[in-house]
Write a protein of this length. Structure first.
Length: 106
């Protein structure tokens, strides 16, 4: 296995590549959903190898169980239940719950 780089520039390159892969997954989903899943898989491998976090907005675009790129209405169900957003992957029926954050008024 290749050794992880300690150079901070490689982490920045990895972040850029992860964003590019998610953008490519979004563009390819209509015609090739399997290719979108592959892009998500590659982005996760890059993040794991460089030990960086995938940003929250990108992290919520894939199923953590089956690595499927999720698109609402196509292969994902979104419901609001008791203050939580419940996302169901229709490929593996796994549920993910996210707390609805209320804006602070004051």
């Amino acid at each position: 296995m290749k050794e992880r780089s300690k150079n901070p520039a490689t982490k920045q390159i990895a972040r850029e590549r992860i964003e590019i892969l998610f953008e490519q997954a979004r563009l390819a989903f209509a015609e090739f959903p399997d290719l979108s899943d592959r892009y998500v898989f590659l982005a996760r491998r890059i993040a794991m190898r460089q030990r960086i976090r995938i940003p929250r907005e990108l992290r919520r675009q894939y199923c953590h169980n089956c690595n499927t790129y999720l698109v609402p209405g196509s292969n994902m169900r979104v419901r609001v239940h008791r203050g939580n957003v419940v996302v169901t992957c229709l490929s593996c029926n796994k549920h993910a719950r996210y707390l609805v954050v209320k804006p602070h008024v004051g």
